[in-house]
Write a protein that binds this ligand. Structure first.
Ligand code: CP
Length: 323
């Protein structure tokens, strides 16, 4: 289906040219967010709806601020406290908000495919702000921006993505985005937390040796995603044991390496406070990048010719990790 609307549902909706352009646009917005008056009229008269069915601090606040910085009218709806509590379905909620004729809907939802359904049920451009363990494309874009800004390049940067890859939409989007931009990706963690067959499916390397983190330029640490595990499921013996073996602490980080984490962090589990609070941590740089990259995505959807169009979600069910 191509009705002229453009959506960012996953990293397969962009190519390397789109990513370069979005990162360049974001760099142009650096100046705007440093001014006394942090606003440009780019989206004046446009409406952005943020619809969040899952907890969020960074993504929800930065999308709201990004839209406001661009002078859009913004409506933010969180499932808790909305008519979702009274049993309203996703479809009815989307149709209700669509009646206000928004230009863009940003949606986060625990179910894979919710952003695609939102694109189907509304007349707006849709941005996926995280759907289950499937995709979180703006996280990947802001991570690429952060790496490029700190390291001065993307090509051939070695990244070790460490921890709970199995339940992570950030890992899925970053594997695609990082490989598209020529980074060298290794997944590091206990085998129970690495999706079987991922090497063949994606071309990444996999290591179950914590020492392999020492070869990376960037150690990208993931949180244990307990909310996506079944009750009683144990992927590691204990969190203390996990922290001892896989936790990134100052002894683990080698000179010249930097550490990233999408947040929220579980200090003392996957990342030690002495790393999180040190100069090697890019965590706050990632948050800063989140605002300007999301401004760039909103701008791009409204003003530029590309970013992918809606694709039939049925085509994606065989995709790795999406089932
Ligand atoms: N990284 C990320 O998505 O953080 P939030 O859950 O706080 O939005």
């Amino acid at each position: 289906m191509n009705d002229g609307r453009r959506h960012l549902l996953g990293m397969s909706d962009v190519d390397d040219t789109d990513i370069e352009r979005i990162l360049e646009t974001a760099a142009g917005f650096e100046d705007v967010v440093e001014r006394d008056v942090k606003k440009v009229p780019t989206l004046r008269g446009r409406t952005v709806v943020n619809l969040f069915y899952e907890s969020s601090t960074r993504t929800s606040s930065s999308f709201e601020l990004a839209a406001k910085r661009l002078s859009a009218d913004v409506v933010s709806v969180k499932a808790a406290g909305s008519s979702v509590d009274k049993g309203e379905s996703l479809k009815d909620t989307v149709r209700t908000l669509n009646a206000y004729k928004p230009n863009i809907i940003v949606i986060r939802h625990p179910q894979i495919g919710a952003a695609h359904l939102t694109a189907k049920w509304s007349d707006a451009h849709v941005v996926n702000a995280g759907d289950g363990k499937h995709q979180h494309p703006t996280q990947s874009l802001l991570d690429l921006y952060t790496i490029k800004k700190r390291l001065g390049r993307l090509k051939d940067v070695k990244v070790a993505i460490v921890g709970d890859v199995l339940h992570s939409r950030v890992a899925r989007s970053n594997i695609e985005g990082f490989q598209m931009m020529g980074l060298d990706v290794t997944l590091v963690g206990p085998p129970a937390l690495i999706p079987p067959g991922i090497e063949e499916a994606t071309g990444v390397k996999v290591s179950d040796d914590p020492e392999s983190m020492s070869e990376a330029d960037v150690i990208y640490v993931l949180r244990m995603q307990h909310e996506r595990m079944e009750p009683g499921q144990n992927f590691v013996p204990t969190l203390r044991e996990y922290a001892r073996t896989w936790g990134v602490n100052s002894r683990r980080v080698k000179p010249g390496q930097v550490v990233m984490h999408p947040g929220p962090m579980n200090r003392g589990v996957e990342i030690a406070p002495d790393v999180a609070d040190s100069g090697v941590s890019l965590v706050e740089d990632q948050v800063e990048a989140g605002l300007i990259v999301r401004m760039a995505v909103l701008y791009d959807l409204m003003n530029r010719p590309s970013i992918g169009t809606v694709i039939d979600f049925r085509e994606r069910t065989g995709e790795w990790g999406a089932a």
